[in-house]
Ligand binder design. Sequence first.
Ligand code: ADP
Ligand code: MG
Length: 321
Amino acid sequence: MLSEFDLIKQYFVRPLAGRAALGIGDDCALLAPTPGMQTAISSDMLVEGRHFFAGEDALRLGHKSLAVNLSDLAAMGARPVAFTLALALPAAERAWLDGFSRGLFALADLHRCELIGGDTTKGPLNICITVFGEVAPGRALRRSAARAGDDIWVSGTLGDARLALAGYRGELTLPAEAQAAAGTRMHTPTPRVALGVMLAERSLAHAAIDISDGLVGDLGHILEKSRVGATLNADALPAGPVLATQPQALRRAFTAAGGDDYEICFTAPASRRDAILAAGAECGTPVTRIGRIDDAAGLRWTDASGAPLPLELSSFDHFTQ
Ligand code: ADP
Ligand code: MG
């Protein structure tokens, strides 16, 4: 049997990568912040049966637990530095721990984000990560910073994760290959860290949010905090490659209100269009202009020609669904 301390030592302690002054092993870790920088902090919890199915592949779970947290740093324009991991496990299974830690560290290493501590306990599977990042004062991409006249942009594509979920739930049937491709988007999201950092460091964007509960709902947070409204072009929303093969009604519903996308929705002045497209190209993340911020409160839809559309597309809420 693996003891709690053997488990931590074998699967989570690694040589210090130099981002922290003191890592795992004491009562606290110690971080030495870069002078003059602000620390961005965010936590996200993944609960079995709520955020992932029982029996989910451990490697993918390791990736996703950190990815959803890095996505929050990206949406703030902060560079990842370190993270903690609080883990409740039903049993100390070597195969599970091996897969989980490999998925976790593969993504952590990609972003030079160091595991500096955490907590481990027996219990129903629950994974809670807290990430720490750095951003220069005044540069963070806040939800309250959208201005009337801003363009609204989104990174990558939307809706494939929601399409995969529909397939798993039996709401529709996809060919096996399509289900697997959409499932990849759901299980191994790509946090848009490089793009977020460029948007902040180059002062390209005003407001940003990462899309975890669906575009409409998450953009709604920007509208509320910034006290503005928006008009979105339903035909401009970039559908994921699998969703793109589906009928228009489904494309619209799942791009607008899918969930689990982990793309960044951001607003920016029209004068920055070229620089934003260049930043997207530079970091290999496509960016699409999908609408504009208005003075008038509320969300309006048009088609590609600008004609109004009477759409009611809502969002995912953990307490009503
Ligand atoms: P404490 O008794 O203060 O709660 P623990 O005995 O739980 O400390 O943890 C010992 C050390 O191992 C601490 O430095 C803690 O941050 C670290 N640690 C515990 N669990 C994890 C984990 N899942 N991942 C990374 N570090 C962990
Ligand atoms: Mg502890």
